[in-house]
Design a protein around this ligand. Structure first.
Ligand SMILES: C[S@@+](CC[C@H](N)C(=O)[O-])C[C@H]1O[C@@H](n2cnc3c(N)ncnc32)[C@H](O)[C@@H]1O
Length: 732
């Protein structure tokens, strides 16, 4: 089978400049497709000479190609005809665009990842729901036309009158920075409008080459509808080797640093970009509402970070104020819609520009298949959203109304982590050592560079007699484990680590050694690198006081040991983790996620009990036992592993006023729940027993039922049951 890439072998001979050879491959394929449609004269197949003429006719700007090499044109004509035949189906267009973008070395910096038909078609459907049909529809990052062509197909599906197809094709408007992609976009719209008499030139007059961020859109009327999947890349990495080149990169960055009026009824443009990385998608997200008229419709595909990052908080707030958001469907890229990691999250937002804003937001999270765009969404009021999203106003990934109710219960009966009047007193978040900056300052060194020997008690001795200690990194932090993993080789993201398991401290190797800290603080380290779909999301440990912690293991500092140990027990509980797994959307347990979490409501006796259980569980660590001067002063009661965990889970659950049925929901082992604890149940042989006993502790009548047998029931738990009050917290 001839592939589009094979065409490049010919076109490179005819047009040595890389982008011209790519254009020629597209033009040749389009020409043969158009010929087969009967749109280029009598002949349904073009030979070498006819292909030269057709290519020049279709080219939107002059193309430099060697017209003398007729043999090569002939071979190109034959191959292009075969490729055109394989691309003749609608899904073939996806393959064409993917081949075109895949051959582009600058694809990543351009952010050129076309929307596949599987997503484009339902997005088009969402855009065109309701009457009347929008007169002018715009895609401000049109690319090779993935979305505009999908809209045209949908217009054709809605209105089967062939006489109106040209009118529909002329509804489509767009802007694209890359002239090669824009040329393909225009040709694909033109090919999709076969039989309508639509002219390529008229389509090209509506889809132009331009920088959507710097463009003066306001010389023209606002559009009736907008569809978009903007580039997702960061502007941090310097000028793209992309079509726009260095000047456009600089012009884009410069534009984003100026706030200037856009639509007169909306705040100045690029005034909601937030701090942190400049991302193109954020710029497009802010631009989009400015481009549509009041009551105009928008369907936009955005990286998941739009709903959950601190840097997008203002954008979210603006969207909810300027638009009536009809739905936010958040996807994991598990079905490979885009050629990037399967864990990558993106979402599709459907909205109407309406100054009344969003009263109720329908949310559906963890979608994988495009059909889920049409399935039921969880309706959350604007007031509930503010309660669920914490200070950063995150839009949580919800999968059911019962889940939202349960989150609201946690919120109602908990206190913010950093509330100084909370039951655990003042809590300070700290990053003790910056792994990048402090390394440059020589504050710590790689173990392999030092001729140091372990003393087996948590300290190392350098060749010069210096005492050194491990620098704690996120990888080393596990539940009640400050050396969960031992460094093997490599550095950075490719560093290899191995589980320390039963190893003694003497056998564990950190990646870095550092001078011991002399300040004694009551702190708990957490692993910063995480995910809501890992076995567990929050991993916390007590750390030897003299071991400093790197920024991948930020610490929470408490006023005294008792509260630090109680917090340790809470942070490592499944009940607390359930909430964290619904709040954490990215791959880091950032401070703003912690700010959206809550401590349970506890009495003094509960804090004592949790602290004692936390101390006992920390002492189970074989590494802790090796420390010379174990620094936990609090005595621990004679609790075994299961009893200590059971006490913690039940106490924390009661602190959030969860009744036994709600706790069953929290501990549901169903494997279809992406954020369920089933991985934890599979990895810790005691976890299921702990879960069952914790439920039985809240309600002894449920003691006889194994947790898996409760599954069906747990799924039926309604919001009303989830909301039923539990008795007062019980301290052991
Ligand atoms: C993710 S692709 C989407 C393409 C198309 N809308 C689709 O859905 O298939 C984003 C496109 O935006 C283009 N782009 C990047 N920066 C741009 C800018 N400043 N102005 C206009 N287009 C831009 C890229 O070249 C790329 O083709």
């Amino acid at each position: 089978m001839t592939r589009w890439l094979d065409l490049l072998a010919h076109t490179r001979e005819l047009a040595p400049h890389d982008r011209d050879s790519v254009r020629l491959a597209n033009l040749a394929t389009a020409a043969q497709t158009a010929a087969a449609q009967g749109r280029l004269g009598r002949h349904r197949r073009l030979d070498g000479l006819a292909l030269i003429a057709a290519v020049h006719k279709l080219a939107l700007t002059p193309l430099a190609a060697d017209e003398g090499a007729l043999l090569t044109w002939r071979a190109l004509a034959d191959d292009a005809r075969r490729v055109a035949a394989t691309f003749a189906s609608s899904s073939g267009t996806d393959a064409w665009v993917e081949a075109f973008q895949g051959a582009d070395a600058a694809r990543k910096s351009r952010g050129a990842y076309a929307t596949p038909r599987a997503l484009g078609a339902p997005m088009a459907r969402l855009l065109l729901q309701g009457a009347p049909l929008p007169r002018r529809i715009v895609d401000p990052a049109a690319g090779a036309g993935g979305l505009l062509v999908a809209v045209l197909h949908e217009l054709r599906r809605i209105d089967r009158d062939p006489d109106r197809l040209r009118e529909h094709a002329y509804r489509l408007h767009g802007v694209e920075l890359d002239p090669v992609a824009r040329e393909l976009c225009c040709m694909l719209i033109w090919l999709a409008a076969a039989g309508s008499g639509a002219r390529l030139g008229s389509i090209a007059a509506r889809v132009g080459v331009d920088n959507a961020i710097t463009r003066d859109w306001w010389a023209d009327d606002a559009y009736d509808a907008l569809v978009m999947n903007p580039p997702w890349d960061s502007l941090r990495h310097g000028p793209a080797a992309a079509g726009g080149g260095e000047l456009e990169h600089e012009a884009t960055v410069a534009r984003l640093t100026r706030e200037q009026p856009g639509d007169p009824d909306l705040p100045a443009l690029f005034s909601a970009q937030g701090r942190g990385d400049r991302n193109l998608y954020k710029a497009f997200a802010e631009l989009a509402p400015h481009l549509v008229r009041p009551q105009g419709r928008l369907v936009v595909l955005l990286p998941g970070a739009w709903s959950s990052d601190l840097g997008t908080q203002q954008l979210r707030r603006r969207y909810l104020a300027q638009l009536d958001v009809k739905r936010w469907t958040s996807f994991e890229n598990r079905y490979g819609h885009f050629p990037i990691d399967g864990r990558y999250k993106f979402g599709i937002l459907t909205a109407i520009r309406d100054r009344a804003g969003t009263g109720t937001l329908p949310i559906r999270a963890f979608a994988a298949d495009a059909s889920e765009l049409r399935r039921a969404h969880v309706r959350v009021s604007a007031a509930e959203l503010l309660r669920l999203g914490g200070p950063a106003e995150i839009i949580p990934d919800l999968t059911s109304r019962a889940e939202a109710q349960l989150m609201l219960r946690y919120e109602r009966h908990g206190t913010p982590l950093f509330d100084p009047d909370g039951v655990l007193g003042r809590v300070v978040y700290d990053r003790e050592v910056d792994l990048t900056e402090d390394r440059k300052r020589g504050r710590f060194e790689r173990l392999e560079r030092l001729d140091a020997a372990p003393l087996g008690n948590g300290r190392w001795q350098g060749a010069d007699g210096r005492t050194l200690v491990p620098l704690v990194e996120g990888r080393m932090v596990g539940p009640y484990e400050f050396h969960q993993k031992s460094w093997v080789a490599g550095s950075g993201r490719t560093a290899q680590w191995t589980y320390a398991n039963g190893h003694r401290l003497r056998d564990c190797r950190p990646q870095f050694l550092v001078a011991p800290a002399d300040e004694r603080r009551q702190r708990i380290a957490i692993c910063d690198v995480t995910s809501a779909t890992n076995t567990r999301t929050v991993l916390a440990t007590w750390v030897p006081p003299e071991w400093p912690c790197g920024n991948t293991a930020p610490v929470l500092v408490f006023e005294d040991e008792r509260r630090a140990l109680a917090a340790l027990a809470i942070l490592n509980s499944m009940v607390f983790d359930w909430l964290a797994r619904r709040v954490v959307a990215g791959l880091h347990l950032n401070r703003f996620y912690l700010e959206a979490l809550r401590w349970p409501t506890l009495g003094a006796a509960d804090v004592d009990a949790l602290a004692a259980a936390g101390a006992a569980l920390q002492r189970f660590s074989p590494r802790y036992a090796d420390l010379d001067a174990p620094a936990i002063e609090l005595a621990s009661p004679p609790l075994d592993y299961v009893d200590a965990h059971t006490l913690v889970e039940a106490t924390v659950a009661a602190g959030y006023r969860l009744a036994a049925p709600a706790l069953e929901t929290v501990l549901d082992p169903t494997t279809t729940d992406r954020r369920g604890f089933w991985r934890h149940f599979a990895s810790d042989p005691h976890a299921r027993t702990i879960a069952e006993r914790a439920v039985a502790r809240l309600d002894p009548a449920r003691a006889a039922v194994p947790i898996s047998g409760r599954r069906a029931r747990a799924r039926r738990i309604t919001s009303a049951r989830a909301g039923a009050a539990a008795g007062p917290p019980t301290a052991a």
